[in-house]
Design a protein around this ligand. Structure first.
Ligand SMILES: O=C([O-])C(=O)C[C@H](O)[C@@H](O)C(=O)[O-]
Ligand SMILES: [Mg+2]
Length: 444
């Protein structure tokens, strides 16, 4: 299954220790995704992820997960080929090796990523996103070998449960064309639809904090949806995230209208300079997973007071240990930290939960799309209780690969003609609206 990269010599012949990597397996998969709307378009029916497995000389193994688009795969392959013969314990070496062997990704620019709303897409950041999957796999293998959870390898958990928020989306009932996955959530295109969606999230998962993905409708409609949520869930934490779709003036106006209603406003405007101008009004804390997604972006953003909350996505930042480094920088500068991950499977949720358990000052419920992802590659899906996940104390990440599911999702990737192998929300929207183009920013 997938692509196998092994040592040319057998591990025993190479005199390897038990924790030497003998083989790395890369398995790209396509997972179903509902028609969730954002400012650039709509989610495709299927989205790519990459599953990374490391197998050690003694037959142990570990799993990791990261983005699976072509440009991530192109960086993962040389790293997988170079890794056998190194140790799962040598995580600093893993990062150094990646710098040496991954090479430059194609078509990288500093512009905001068109497909995934993932902030800048520098070569470093793409490489770190890839390495995050390998780091998780090495930590999983090491934890299993030592009989300890990953959180112990990170210094130990400081909480037994991690809180998550409901991630609300405007959405259609179905994808516009073809043989596509279906669910029973129905459409949500107005305040009533969003409140109904939130009620189901609260009923089925126990979430008590709610984030609405905005930038889809004119701001007044999204303000109305937030007000409807505030009425339906009095006193509950609410957030709105238009992914940088608004001008500074619009952002200021929305911030003023929703001060006291939202706990924070996420990426109202695009780029640190605009965020700083909005933040200067005071009153409304601003959060980001777009204008600060790399260490290089921190100095300007923190110096100008552009963001009050950094939503760390452990993939962007290069894994679990670097997430803890980010936490230390944020703590130093009095900036809050929360966490985010989009369109991911149970391996990444396990990794995120393990690191979240070790960060003392996690002040907000973390974001995850997991409830929207009904397919998985692990044998036992994570279950939210009262909006929380219990931190696993099982060795490693505490998940087990479901090989049958992995094979079937990989087969879907193999069978795909390439249309779904790179996430492109604009192209997905064109299926419904042939004239759709990526909206220029600011959109409102
Ligand atoms: O908080 C965010 O910005 C995200 O979750 C980014 C995602 O790409 C989201 O906008 C989406 O999946 O539509
Ligand atoms: Mg965001």
């Amino acid at each position: 299954m997938g692509e196998r990269h092994s040592h040319t010599k057998t591990a025993a012949a190479a005199g390897a220790s038990a924790l030497t990597i003998a083989e790395v397996r890369l398995t790209p998969v396509l997972i179903s995704d509902p028609p969730l709307l954002n400012t650039q378009g709509v989610h495709q029916p299927y989205t790519p992820r990459l599953i990374v497995e490391v197998v050690t000389a003694d037959g142990g193994s570990g799993v990791g997960e990261t983005y699976g688009d072509t440009r991530y795969l192109d960086l993962a392959r040389p790293l997988a080929a170079a890794l056998p013969g190194t140790s799962v314990m040598d995580l600093n070496g893993l990062f150094a090796l990646a710098e040496t062997v991954c090479g430059e990704p194609d078509g990288v620019s500093d512009s905001v990523d068109v497909g995934g709303l993932r902030g800048v897409q520098t070569a470093d950041k793409l490489r770190l996103s890839v390495v995050s999957g390998f780091e998780a796999a090495c930590l999983d293998a090491l934890g299993k070998a030592l009989g300890v959870p990953v959180h112990t390898l990170l210094g130990g958990k400081v909480r037994d449960r991690v809180e998550y928020s409901a991630y609300l989306f405007y959405r259609w009932a179905e994808h516009p064309a073809g043989e596509t996955p279906k669910d029973d959530w129905g459409a949500a295109l107005d305040p009533e639809g969003i409140v109904a969606q939130a009620r189901r999230f609260a009923r089925d998962f126990g979430f008590t904090s709610f984030k609405l993905k905005g930038g889809v409708f004119p701001p007044d409609e999204e303000i109305a949806a937030v007000r409807a949520l505030a009425e339906a869930f009095p006193g509950r934490p609410l957030r709105l995230d238009p992914n940088g779709a608004w001008s500074v003036e619009t952002s200021r106006s929305v911030a003023a209208q929703l001060t006291g209603v939202l706990e924070y406003l996420e990426d109202p405007a695009s780029g640190t300079a605009r965020m700083a101008r909005v933040a200067a009004d005071g009153g409304m804390p601003l959060a980001t997973n777009m204008c600060v997604t790399t260490f290089a972006e921190i100095p300007e953003a923190f110096r100008t007071g552009a963001v009050q909350v950094v939503l760390c996505d452990h993939h962007y930042w290069g894994g679990l240990r670097r997430t803890r480094e980010l936490a230390a920088v944020c703590r130093t500068f009095g900036v809050s930290l929360s966490m985010h991950s989009n369109t991911h499977l149970g391996i990444s949720l396990a990794a995120m939960t393990q690191v979240a358990a070790t960060v003392p000052d996690l002040a907000y419920a973390c974001d995850s799309h997991y409830p929207w992802q009904t397919e998985d590659v692990i044998t036992s899906r994570h279950a939210f209780q009262d909006g929380h996940l219990t931190v696993s104390d099982a060795p490693g990440l505490g998940v087990e690969l479901d090989r049958t599911a992995l094979q079937s999702l990989h087969q879907r990737w193999l069978d795909d003609d390439g249309a779904m192998r790179d996430r492109d929300d604009t192209a997905a929207m064109r299926v419904a609206d042939p004239n759709w183009a990526t909206p220029t920013v600011p959109r409102w």
